[in-house]
Design a protein around this ligand. Structure first.
Ligand SMILES: NC(=O)c1ccc[n+]([C@@H]2O[C@H](COP(=O)([O-])OP(=O)(O)OC[C@H]3O[C@@H](n4cnc5c(N)ncnc54)[C@H](O)[C@@H]3O)[C@@H](O)[C@H]2O)c1
Length: 369
């Protein structure tokens, strides 16, 4: 792979909503180009073609293995449905390409572990990057940067609220069933468990969750079956440094100002990132009650805003920079496993009605995660 002079040639596997989002973002990144796409669904290939533009050369494949064998790509984005991630990743690592793996890592915890181990064994020198781009939302980035300066002191509590619209319709409706997605608390909220891990820098010990499918998709039928995906939950996570996290998820809450609100409280102060409003609020206890500074957050460097407030663009800029410099990924497959593991534990807690110790996750026995 000679990445130092010529553009990084991307291949995108799965060109549905997120694959096309990646294609549009890559088009805005200096020194990167999408040269090939692979998707078995002809309509998705057409969407990719429209996103790239008719005047740009693009090889189209119905099978990702043919794309990998073509030698046309230096890096691949895996943006296919969650239950296909494990096998596709195993196929991809047999080739000397860099990888940007969409979240969640896999749809079962056993597959997550197997994926991390297989990539470690594969031996190729490459960048393998986990697509957890909520870290790149501008207000969240500012919050993480302020935290690193000790703005709130020692973090004690992290409360994350996501109140939003229901899951969108997907190709073949794969996201309507937990067996395909891993469950809502894996598929959707691995992003927020990743943020909790980033913010606390601690190990999760215990997870307690309650949740249900109360409003959405109850009147839908696929092959006679009703979707089984949760649309609301509270999840509490205890960390090993006595800090704790709480997730408040509601997916029938279009009537919200912010889609995400991230509140971090330490022994010195409190910060709140409001993602839709793009604001960061910071206050110190020593300054007294109701004394809070509000900052409007603008990231001047974003060249494509897309569907995720510019975070996917920033993710690709860093991915390409890591490929060019040979530096390690900022977001690793292990981050993918850890964030998904909390989601799997939360689902088990909902099923049993009891707290779940992370040490009880037998799929991770003997694995240093
Ligand atoms: N990071 C984020 O914020 C974010 C947002 C949305 C989706 N995603 C992730 O992106 C992935 C795709 O989701 P989506 O919303 O684009 O779904 P989608 O249904 O819109 O697109 C999935 C595409 O994958 C194709 N596909 C199915 N099997 C395939 C295979 N074996 N090889 C290649 N392509 C295959 C489908 O034909 C379809 O075109 C999922 O893992 C999802 O969790 C991430």
């Amino acid at each position: 792979m000679d990445e130092h002079k010529s553009p990084i040639r991307y291949g995108v596997i799965g060109t549905g909503m997120m694959g096309v989002e990646h294609i549009r973002n890559v088009a805005a990144v200096d020194g990167a180009i999408v040269t090939a796409v692979a998707d078995p669904h002809p309509e998705s290939i057409k969407r990719a073609r429209r996103a790239v533009g008719t005047d740009v050369l693009l090889e189209e494949f119905s099978d990702h293995n043919e794309m990998l064998d073509s030698g046309l790509v230096d890096a691949v984005v895996i943006a296919s449905p969650n239950h296909t991630h494990h096998q596709i990743l195993l196929d991809v690592i047999a080739h000397p390409v860099h990888i940007l793996m969409e979240k969640p890592l896999c749809a079962t915890l056993g597959h997550c572990r197997d994926a991390v181990e297989a990539v470690t064994r594969s031996g190729h020198e490459r960048v393998v990057w986990m697509g957890l781009e909520y870290r790149y939302m501008a207000p969240t980035q500012c919050l993480l940067a302020e935290l690193a300066t000790g703005a709130v002191g020692d973090v004690k509590m992290v409360a994350i609220r996501e109140h939003r619209f229901p899951f969108l319709t997907k190709v073949d409706n794969w996201n309507r069933f937990s067996r395909n997605t891993g469950g809502t608390l894996v598929e959707k909220t691995c992003h927020f468990f990743d943020l909790m891990l980033q913010i606390t820098q601690a190990r999760p010990v215990r997870v307690f969750a309650t949740g249900g499918q109360s409003v959405n998709h109850l009147d839908e039928r696929y092959d006679g079956k009703t979707p089984d995906i949760l649309d609301n939950a509270y999840v509490v996570v205890d960390f090993d440094d006595d800090s704790r996290g709480m997730l408040d998820l509601c997916m029938f809450a279009e009537a919200s100002v912010n889609e995400q609100e991230i509140v971090v409280t330490g022994d010195v102060g409190k910060m709140e990132a409001m993602v839709t409003e793009s604001k960061l609020r910071i206050g110190k206890r020593a300054d007294g009650q109701h004394v809070v500074n509000t900052h409007e957050i603008r990231h001047e460097g974003i060249k494509h805003v897309g569907l995720h407030h510019g975070s996917s663009y920033l993710e690709h800029v860093d991915f390409v920079a890591a490929i060019r410099s040979g530096s390690p990924p900022a977001v690793t497959l292990m981050d993918g496993l850890r964030s998904a593991a909390i989601g799997f534990a939360a689902h088990r807690s909902i099923d049993s009605g009891l707290p779940v110790l992370m040490s009880e996750l037998s799929e991770l026995d003997g694995f240093d995660w």
